[in-house]
Design a protein around this ligand. Structure first.
Ligand SMILES: Nc1nc2c(c(=O)[nH]1)N[C@H]1C(S)=C(S)[C@@H](COP(=O)(O)OP(=O)(O)OC[C@H]3O[C@@H](n4cnc5c(=O)[nH]c(N)nc54)[C@H](O)[C@@H]3O)O[C@H]1N2
Ligand SMILES: Nc1nc2c(c(=O)[nH]1)N[C@H]1C(S)=C(S)[C@@H](COP(=O)(O)OP(=O)(O)OC[C@H]3O[C@@H](n4cnc5c(=O)[nH]c(N)nc54)[C@H](O)[C@@H]3O)O[C@H]1N2
Ligand code: SF4
Ligand SMILES: [Mo]
Length: 702
């Protein structure tokens, strides 16, 4: 039977699983989404965000005309594209003339295609000649990336196909809640599952074993588990001798981390730690996977390193069917960190401070290597510097909503307001776009071609399936239009295929080598695993099988030690706040809060707390509670239940509120902020109506 034509084969707009889907449009303009079976990550499944993704293509929330303000205090009003782009170019030129090239800054996103991320990085370095570019992936992957680079010489989220996970006898998931963040991932979890999370999440509910540490204590937990593995003879001496360096130092670093000490720090009973080590160590094939829960800490890179040390001691990385990996988050979180929108990076996962890398990329770009700027500020440091003496005075945002998603967001909103010029490219009026001087309306996923690199490092083709509304332009066309106005009529094509061909050349010879990938090659099947150094190269599904891409070919143990959270609990702020995600909403919620079905599923923020704490506060589910940290205060309804530790409260960050509280303390290596733990005070809040009634009663008595 001939296959039924189901529309264009493309991929979901949201997370790094990049589920395959068909998108079709009928004569009346109605758009239908159906899952694909030829993409191993989802194999016919989608989550509710994927199913409802078409709602934003057609709905009234869509921006379809450029907007600008007549004055800083005036409202955003429709303007023509020429007017909008002229204003942006003039504003950029004005701040750079007065304060130098670094007065203009760029903030990118891990949702952008490889082509966009590449062209944005080139635009910053060549057209603006600014070093001030970073992106939201700094808030996402940076700790795992830094740790993987340090240990393996390469950061590819999963250095094996996702389908390998199904063959593992044991998977340890540290700080990942895939049942909500990538539901089709669950189908790949077939063996024993060990979940490490301060909350008994939906993922933990499926686990063989759930370890429930205090937020910010994974490092001690991993050190304790390595201590157990070593003392109980689970260290794989043959593997350690053949494939690694530095084991003696790592072993010495856990000598004093006897499990009882780790129990005192984490709250996880010694017996549970032992059980976890046995499940991993006795398995024929085993994997350790970290998510944001373990990584988004001021010690995130060392925490991931401690989990990698455990994996190396057990002989997992590079062994078929076993390994260490991290859950890349955003749709193109992987590719977005490879091609140059990161402050310290050039395309192909090259370092911007490496003279050979600068020479190679400068030659592709046709510029003098000496003219390429050096490394710039990391994401939070960049946002924190906006509008300050010596900091950027103009900011272009492509694919992020930092007014909601950045740590200490109240302060960040103040910095955004202090700019001379804020420009946001988006297809909805996000909270950040609503603050902008100029808003540029862009095309979306299903309206454009481009490549995405999923959590496995598989480079996929995202195909155009529907026509964009008139009035919008692609991000590439926006960059092209701005570059032309800044004197670069050439070198910034608006055609994704042309940009991809240049990206291939720029990445050639780098760690993330895409030079052998063509649209034709990835159009036929479910993508190619990088590196792909030649057009006849089959791609690299498992890059660590024979050697690690370090100078000596060995993976490196790096000794690390535990330290408390940057802000620990005390008398004034006696509880830990941790933050994360719910199934129905995506990130800052800019997209999903505009979709009715998702709002119905998850209508608003909440504070999850333990029944013991609820009793102390005299609140029941649904009562408003006030949560305060040293940085801000927010209120949300309580959700009371025994799934969370007594000393911890949880808030999703999809609504403004959670990030008014979070601590921007940064990891020294990755510059990751401490989203996953800060100290808070929790009180019963008096609803406005009750407060007003009390005030009336008081007046009545007076
Ligand atoms: N529905 C939905 N799916 C998404 C996204 C989304 O916004 N919504 N975003 C995508 C992106 S960009 C990302 S990065 C991924 C993130 O995917 P995950 O890492 O799975 O998501 P989070 O909910 O941020 O964090 C996971 C868990 O970490 C736990 N946690 C908190 N503190 C700690 C700690 O100190 N230690 C440990 N071990 N665990 C802790 C939280 O309780 C939470 O359950 O999801 C992707 N998928
Ligand atoms: N408290 C707390 N805060 C967190 C986290 C946490 O766990 N806790 N997680 C952090 C993590 S892991 C991440 S990844 C960040 C994400 O947070 P953000 O960076 O704010 O990500 P999004 O909400 O996805 O914002 C993307 C914006 O870009 C738009 N957009 C999407 N695709 C495109 C495109 O192709 N072009 C253009 N021009 N625009 C586009 C969307 O409409 C949306 O407005 O949040 C971080 N913040
Ligand atoms: S799991 Fe991720 S990629 Fe798959 S449908 Fe949901 S949001 Fe989209
Ligand atoms: Mo993320």
């Amino acid at each position: 039977m001939a296959p039924v034509h189901q529309g264009e084969a493309t991929h979901c707009p949201y997370c790094a699983l990049q589920c395959g889907m068909y998108v079709s449009e009928d004569a009346g303009g109605a758009i239908t989404i159906t899952p694909r079976h030829d993409v191993p990550a989802n194999d016919g499944a989608l989550c509710q965000k994927g199913w409802t993704a078409a709602a934003l293509l057609t709905g009234g929330a869509r921006l379809t005309t450029p907007l600008a303000r007549a004055s800083r205090a005036g409202p955003l009003v429709p303007v023509s594209w020429d007017d909008a782009l002229d204003r942006v170019a003039a504003g950029l030129r004005a701040v750079q003339d007065e304060h130098g090239p670094d007065a203009a800054a760029v903030f990118g996103g891990g949702g952008l295609t490889n082509e966009k991320a590449y062209l944005l990085g080139k635009f910053a370095r060549v057209a603006l000649r600014t070093g001030q570019i970073d992106y939201n992936g700094r808030f996402c992957m940076s700790s795992a990336a830094a740790a993987a680079n340090r240990a393996f010489g390469m950061d590819r989220g999963l250095p094996f196909p996702i389908t390998d996970i199904a063959g593992a006898d044991t998977v340890m998931m540290a700080g990942g809640n895939v049942a909500e963040t990538m539901p089709p991932f669950l189908r790949h979890l077939r063996g024993a599952l060990v979940v490490i999370d301060p909350r008994r999440t939906r993922t933990a509910g499926r686990a063989t074993l759930h370890l429930q540490p205090a937020p910010g204590t994974d490092l001690a937990l991993a050190l304790g588990m390595l201590h157990i593995a070593v003392t109980e003879g689970y260290a794989d001496q043959d593997y350690i001798a053949a494939r690694t360096s530095g084991f003696a130092e790592a072993r010495a670093s856990v000598a004093t981390w006897w499990p009882e000490r780790a129990e005192r720090v984490t709250g996880v009973p010694v017996a549970r730690m032992r059980e976890a080590v046995h499940l991993l160590g006795d398995a024929g094939k085993a994997m350790i996977i970290t998510g944001r829960g373990a990584e988004q800490h001021a010690k995130g890179a060392d925490t991931v390193t401690a989990y990698i040390n455990l994996a190396l001691a057990l002989g997992l990385p590079g062994r078929p069917g076993s390994g260490y990996g991290c859950l890349t988050g955003q749709g193109n979180g992987q590719g977005g960190r490879e091609h140059g929108q990161k402050a310290d990076q050039l395309p192909g996962y090259r370092r911007i401070d490496d003279p050979a890398a600068r020479a190679h990329v400068a030659a592709v770009w046709g510029v003098d290597p000496a003219d390429l700027p050096g490394p710039g500020r990391s994401a939070y440091e960049l946002l924190d510097a906006l509008g300050t003496e010596g900091g950027p005075k103009a900011l272009l945002v492509f694919g992020s909503n930092p007014a909601v998603s950045a740590p200490r967001a109240g302060h960040v909103a103040g910095r955004l307001a202090a700019l001379d010029l804020l420009v946001v490219c988006d297809f909805v009026l996000s909270e950040t776009a609503a603050m902008a001087d100029v808003v540029l309306p862009t095309t979306q996923w299903a309206e454009e071609h481009g490549t995405m690199t999923n959590l496995e490092g598989r480079v996929l083709l995202r195909r155009q399936a529907v026509a964009p509304p008139s009035g919008v332009r692609s991000d590439l066309a926006v960059i092209n239009g701005l570059a032309a106005r800044l004197g670069h009529a050439d070198g910034f094509s608006a055609d994704p295929g042309t940009v991809f061909d240049e990206l291939r050349r720029a990445s050639a010879g780098g760690v993330a080598d895409y030079s052998g990938i063509t649209y034709e090659r990835i159009a036929a099947g479910p993508g190619l695993f990088w590196p792909v150094p030649a057009e006849d190269h089959p791609g690299t599904p498992r890059p660590f099988l024979d050697r690690f891409p370090t100078p000596d070919g060995r993976a490196r143990f790096v000794p690390v030690d535990h330290r408390p959270p940057a802000e620990d609990v005390d008398e004034d702020y006696p509880y830990y706040l941790t933050t994360g995600r719910v199934l129905a909403h995506y990130q800052s919620g800019a997209q999903t809060r505009r979709i009715a079905a998702l709002n119905e599923a998850s209508p608003g923020p909440y504070v999850e707390l333990h029944p013991d704490l609820a009793e102390r506060l005299e609140v029941v589910s649904g009562d408003l509670v006030r949560v305060s940290s040293r940085r801000g205060t927010t209120e949300a309804p309580a959700r009371v239940g025994p799934a969370i530790r007594r000393d911890t409260v949880f808030m999703p960050f999809h609504w403004a509120g959670a990030n008014l509280l979070t601590n921007p303390a940064l990891d020294p290596l990755s510059r990751m902020p401490e989203f996953k733990v800060c100290a808070v005070r929790v009180e019963r809040a008096v609803p406005d109506a009750a407060r007003a009634a009390d005030a009336r009663a008081d007046r009545g008595r007076a």
